[in-house]
Write a protein of this length. Sequence first.
Length: 168
Amino acid sequence: MSRVRSFFVEEATGCLQIARTELARELPDRAALYRAVRRLRGSAQLARFGGVAREAGALETLLRPEPGNEGWSLALGAATKPGLLRLEAAIDGVRAGEIETVDEMETVMEGEARVEGAVGMDELEYRGKAALEQALELRQAMEEAVKDRGPVGPLLDELFDLIRLGMR
């Protein structure tokens, strides 16, 4: 197992454990779940596991606390569980070596050659203002990567992709 894969699997396992523990509680802490999934998404992005990052991103969006709506509900729990199961399956695929990192950019800009397994920019969920707001969300991850002297390339790739989507 490569060092990147090993580090990612270790980080993802810890994040999943936090999520499982919270979901097992009578009243899960939405903010704790959100932080765990957000951390997992960031790790997946840095390790270049785009499919895992997308699954975690969808769950992160679902769990994002909003002013006046920070609590837990049965509906949120019902919506969270399938996403967490998909995320666990994706991480199991990484652990088993069934999912590989992608050396090329996982998003393909208009006019560029298609990369097998890549997602076209027009197929992503963020556009306009939503893309720019998502770009702002990268600030903390970028600051942490710089502070820890970690790789910032994948974060910069995502930032510039989001800026292009924001201009649409």
